[in-house]
Every structure is written in C-alpha cells, then in structure tokens.
Design a protein around this ligand. Structure first.
Ligand code: ATP
Length: 365
C-alpha cells in the first residue's frame, strides 16, 4: 500500500484546500494511505506532529475554505542540504513513498532539487548512521508531482494557476466597491494590485472592470505616458464619466526600467494645473489572496489533485518529474523543470527590460 503525502508551500492561494481534499480522497479511493505535511517544507524538516495521516472525513468542508488549512511557510532550512537531509529522514521514518506539492515556482524548484538529490541524501543518512540500509531499501526512488498554486498566474506551460481566478474575482469586486464611492464624489482612484513580474491580474482586472488606464510590467509605458494618460482620462471625463479608475501592478515600469508608483500617478491626476481630480490611492494588498475560492479554482484544484495522484501511481524510476497543467481546457502532465526554468527566464528578461523576448518566451507552449 503506497503512502502518498500532500503539502502546500510558498504563498497561499485560494483552491489549495481543494487540492488537499482531492489528493487525500483520491489516494484513499485508490487504496493508498494519505498524509498531509503541515506548514510546507518546514513541516517536512521538523517531522513528528507535522506529518499526519488523514482519513476521508478529515478533509470534509475543505472546498469552501480560503487559504490553506494545512498551513504553508517559507522555510530557510530547506535551502540548506542539512535541512533536506532531515526532510529525507522524516519521509523515510514516516514511510512516505510519494510527495505532491502545491506551490509557486520556488516551491517547485525546491521539489525538483529534493528529488534529484534523493539518492545521495539517503546514502549520507546511512553513512552517518541515522538510517540503516534495510530502512531505505523501499524508498530508493522518490516520486514527486507538482501542482501550481499561485494567484499571479505566472507559471509558463499552464493556462491558469490555482488561485488566479479567485484573486481576479476579488479584485473586480473591490474595484466595484470603489467605483460606487468614486462616482458619488466624482473622484479618481489609483488601485494597486499584486504582480511583480506578471501583469495578468492587473490586465484582466482592467478589462473586466473597464478601467480608464493600466500599468503592467510587461508593457512598460513610453516617455509620454503622463500626457497620454491625462489625455485619455480627460476624454473619458468629457464624455460624462464621473469616476476614474487607474489600475497599476506592483511591478509597473516605464520603458527605461524606472518604477511607476501609485503616488506618481496620483500626483499627476490631482495636479491643479492639469486634471485637478480629487484622487485617492487604494492598495488592495492581501484581500486579493483572501476569501474562499471561486468555482473555477475549486474545480481546477480538484481535477489536478486527482491527476496528481494518478501521476504518482503511474510513475516509474525513469519518469521525469512532472507538474499538472491545464492546457486548452485539458488537464495535462508536463515536465516540471522546463516550466520552472522558463518562468524564471521570463522574470529575468522583464527585469532586464527585454520585454518582447519575455513575451515571446511566455507564449511558447
Ligand atoms: P510564491 O509564488 O507565492 O512566491 P513560491 O513557492 O514561489 O510561492 P518561495 O518562497 O519562492 O515561494 O518558496 C517556498 C519555499 O520553497 C522556500 O521557503 C523554500 O523552503 C523552498 N525553496 C524555494 N526555492 C528553493 C531552492 N532553490 N532549493 C530548495 N528549496 C527551495
């Protein structure tokens, strides 16, 4: 009987609970034992009460809960070999054959590193006398599958990450609230949304709320952005619009790589010599992560959780580590490291202001 463990790691995202529920129940349904590792890699390093066998009813009610009920953490120890040795030891002591990890590109990089080091970690544990040869025998091959939980929708190779549509819905809801007060007072609002390297949330929110102007990292503004913005907003105002909404992603830049901040935009809109609008800034912050998952993320988390268990059971020692993607509405398995590498390259290209190359890379399958 295989022992399959699931963990959530990195930043929390709505839909992670659907993943945990689906993995636990699919594992049990397919005749395996299901485990949860609490607090991400921290729990794996600490072991003991952080690794817990789960029953069918332990995940009851998980679908409608926000965040991640099994906890998540950023774990410094797992960056060090010593931490990963401890984690490997705890896996063997708890008899875990396979690990399903739901997190962002950092968590998935850690997962790949763990799997590639696995044989040498076991060898070292034996040579140090922490484990004996007989104990490690059944665990020669570590089986790992990744699921992408992130509100940013920033991972290459998948159309949507678990949590992105929930965050987008939350942003739209908040913009609607702001619009009501903006209209009443004829005000302008500069709304900052999450996204350092990826403007998906900001772009889709602007489309879905009919915002007046938008700033995202991938499309840096030209030198004349101030005039352009003022002209567009003036035109909208002349057409009778009583509210102005400007959406700005955290990582917004001009074409020279200088950050465009909400206060710069606010000062411009409020400038008495120009538009002279009564302008406020709203930073949405962590409400974007909060609340329960929308139907799409519950569905995605569930379908991908089921697929992850199947992938674990079908894997052989030769199988490349995969993650579960959604491509053109189909749940698919893809090589993990290629996607993580590409995601990091896109972020680097954006940082280096090589935007066209970044976009071309992101668009490849
Ligand atoms: P988010 O998208 O919210 O940032 P993430 O999964 O990318 O999520 P990180 O903080 O980058 O979040 O990573 C989560 C954890 O994964 C780290 O705290 C660390 O324990 C582990 N991890 C990340 N990168 C590595 C690595 N290169 N080697 C080992 N472990 C890593």
């Amino acid at each position: 009987k295989k022992n399959i463990a699931v963990m959530t790691s990195g930043g929390d995202s709505p839909g992670m609970n659907a993943v945990v529920r689906a993995v636990v129940r699919t594992a049990i349904y397919l005749g395996c034992n299901a485990y949860c590792v609490y607090e991400g890699y921290e729990g794996l390093v600490r072991g003991g009460k952080y690794i817990k066998q789960m029953g069918w009813e332990d995940v009851r009610g998980y679908l409608s809960e926000g965040g991640t009920l099994i906890g998540t953490a950023r774990c410094m120890a797992f960056f060090e070999r010593e931490g990963r040795l401890q984690a490997a030891k705890n896996m063997v002591l708890n008899g875990i054959d396979a690990l399903i990890i739901c997190g962002g590109d950092g968590s998935l990089t850690g997962a790949d590193r763990f799997r590639s080091e696995w044989p040498s970690l076991l060898e070292e544990l034996v040579s140090k006398g922490d484990l004996d040869q007989k104990q490690i025998e059944p665990y020669k091959h570590l089986n790992i599958v990744g699921l992408v939980g992130s509100i940013d929708n920033d991972l290459s190779g998948t159309d949507a990450t678990i949590g992105a549509y929930s965050a987008l819905s939350r942003i739209c809801e908040m913009v609607d609230y702001i619009e009501a007060t903006a209209s009443s007072h004829s005000r302008a609002f500069v709304i900052e949304v999450m996204g350092r390297h990826c403007g998906w949330l900001a772009l889709m929110a602007a489309v879905a709320t009919g915002a007046d102007f938008l700033f995202i990292p991938e499309k840096p503004r030209e030198d004349n952005w101030k005039e352009e913005m003022c002209q567009v907003i003036k035109q909208h105002r002349n057409m009778g619009k009583r509210k102005t909404i400007v959406i700005i992603a955290e990582g917004a830049l001009d074409k020279h790589g200088n950050k465009i901040s909400p206060s710069m935009v606010k000062d411009l809109l409020a400038d008495k010599e120009g538009l002279g609008l009564d302008t406020r800034i709203t930073t949405l912050g962590h409400v974007q992560r909060g609340g329960s998952a929308v139907a799409y993320d519950r569905m995605l988390g569930t379908l991908q959780g089921v697929e992850a268990v199947k992938a674990v059971l079908e894997a052989t020692p030769e199988t490349e580590t995969c993650f579960i993607a959604i491509t053109e509405n189909k749940i698919t398995r893809k090589p993990l490291m290629a996607a993580v590498k590409e995601t990091k390259e896109v972020a680097k290209l954006i940082e280096a202001q090589r935007f066209n190359e970044a976009m071309a890379l992101r668009d490849t399958e």
